[in-house]
Design a protein around this ligand. Structure first.
Ligand SMILES: Cc1ncc(COP(=O)(O)O)c(C=O)c1O
Length: 482
């Protein structure tokens, strides 16, 4: 055994030197990416080639190539031509808070394993509760992602609304939740994990504009009741993932109140609009909800992964994972808000509150307003560009920074258009200059952009449209020649 190995691992001078080199590399990367001077957003490789390369690298690779190779072989969210998925181009300060979290490694489950970040978590969650419109009874937690946060919220909802003790005794009768058919798949997954089964996920259709059809809430609820299902919660999407369209939270709130349902808002993507003076109206009604999820790593410029789950009534955040008997804190009990592990799914979690706190400390709430407003405004400008060009068709009028559109050619039928749009997306992926994604809505294949980078401009978006047209022309010419 090499007895010196562990000393080498923890050598502080190596850490200092490697750290300085890495920060220089990343600062250069950032400068190049943000300026858009890099030719590519990604350098696409197929999975098998990538796997092979890293297998060889483990045995033979030159250590000094390690970090540069990672940069070479990952997607660059800071490139303004990154217009794909919903993860942020993170504010660089988040890399530093991530670093301090990684070296200190306070596990956060109990207060003493993360005193400072625990206090910061309380401050951040209280602020979010206030901005949502909750009162001082509100409490929240930070947790590892919107998926886990939505599951946690639904577990809290079941605990609060269902009389039988499902946590201890399991399901004794059919339970259900109502949600838009366009909701993120993680809501469906959460319901399945909770044992509700397919019948327990009452999927309410959307209107022609992809928002939950509030006229259908009552009949779908009554139908579920007739089938012996006790509906205990309803989820509003703010917005839904594929389309970026917000549900009518006011109407859902009124419906939830009428039937005494838990009202949960999945604002993983667009809950951050509570900070935008221009777009906060999209969230009208959010204050009547019982819980809200907001991802820090989407519209709030933080690195993955950090999500806030905020409760209107803080007591519910304390009871999700406890025995029924612990439900009510007696007057003499102190509220131990500082023992996070009792309230989160995770036992150990990262010191994620540092990301939120430092953004507030350095830049203030204004930075979230600017980010959301800039990106939503840009989407409205992109909408105008698309409307002016008869080679493109929008799937719907955007409400947020998510847009779905497709390339059109009058000579092609639906099937041919679907396959050409699919082929365009694959060509763009392999080309690597721009990164965008795709989705299918009502049988129609669309290209999908989420404008996540505040340095993307209409000039970049015009270039994207020109590129799509030239790719399409090449593909069509190839088809004709075959
Ligand atoms: C509306 C919505 N909910 C939940 C999620 C899942 O969040 P996460 O990726 O943080 O688990 C997403 C992700 O895109 C989303 O858009």
């Amino acid at each position: 055994m090499d007895e010196k190995l562990l000393n080498t691992v923890y050598n502080s001078e190596s850490f200092r030197n490697q750290g300085h080199t890495l920060i220089d590399l990343l600062a250069n990367h950032l400068e190049k990416s943000l300026s858009g001077s890099s030719q590519k957003t990604m350098n696409w490789k197929n999975p098998e080639d990538e796997l092979g390369l890293w297998k060889v690298f483990l045995e033979q690779g030159n250590l000094s190539d390690f970090f540069p190779q990672i940069l070479e072989r990952t997607i660059h969210t800071h490139n303004p031509k990154y217009v794909g998925h919903q993860v942020a181009a993170p504010a660089p300060i988040g890399a530093l808070t991530g670093m301090i979290g990684s070296i200190l490694n306070n596990g956060m489950a109990v207060y003493e394993m993360g005193m400072a970040p625990t206090a910061m978590e309380r401050i951040v969650c209280d602020l979010l509760g206030e901005r949502i419109g909750y009162d001082k009874n509100s409490r929240g937690i930070l947790t590892s992602g919107g998926t886990l946060a939505n599951l946690t919220a639904l577990l809290s909802a079941r605990k609060a609304m269902v009389d039988s003790d499902v946590w201890n005794n399991g399901l004794t009768h059919k339970l259900g939740i109502m949600v838009s058919e366009e909701a993120h798949y993680c809501v469906d997954r959460a319901a399945k994990i909770m044992g509700l089964g397919e019948v327990g996920i009452i999927k309410v259709p959307v209107t022609g504009t992809y928002t939950i059809d509030v006229e259908k809430l009552e009949p779908y609820y009554q139908e579920a009741k007739k089938n012996g299902i006790e509906v205990f919660a309803i989820v509003g999407s703010a917005p839904s993932t594929a389309t970026g369209i917000y549900d009518d939270l006011e109407a859902i709130g009124q419906f939830a109140e009428k039937h005494n349902l838990w009202f949960h808002v999945d604002g993983a993507h667009g809950g951050a609009a509570i900070f935008s003076k221009k777009y906060e109206h999209l969230l009208n009604g959010i204050e009547s909800s019982d819980s809200v999820v907001i991802d820090g790593h989407k519209m709030m410029m933080m690195p993955t992964i950090t999500t806030a789950l905020i409760y209107k009534e803080g007591k519910h955040s304390h009871t999700t994972f406890t025995q029924k008997a612990d439900y009510l804190l007696t007057h003499t009990d102190e509220e131990d808000w500082y023992n996070g592990g009792k309230r989160t799914f995770e036992c150990t979690k990262s010191m994620m509150s540092l990301h939120w706190y430092i953004m507030l400390k350095l830049y203030g709430e204004e930075v979230f307003d600017q980010n959301v407003t800039t990106l939503y405004d840009l989407a409205m400008e992109f909408e105008q560009l698309l409307k002016k060009d008869n080679h493109f068709e929008l799937a719907f009028e955007p409400q947020s920074n998510i847009l779905c559109f497709r390339y059109l050619d009058a000579g092609l039928n639906l099937e041919e258009l679907n396959s050409i749009n699919q082929a365009i997306r694959q060509e763009l992926l392999e080309d690597g200059e721009f990164y965008l994604v795709q989705t299918k809505l009502r049988g129609v294949h669309y290209l999908r952009t989420t404008l996540m980078n505040p340095f993307t401009t209409t000039k970049h978006l015009s270039q994207l449209l020109e590129k799509i047209k030239s790719v399409a022309e090449k593909l069509l010419a190839k088809q004709l020649s075959q």
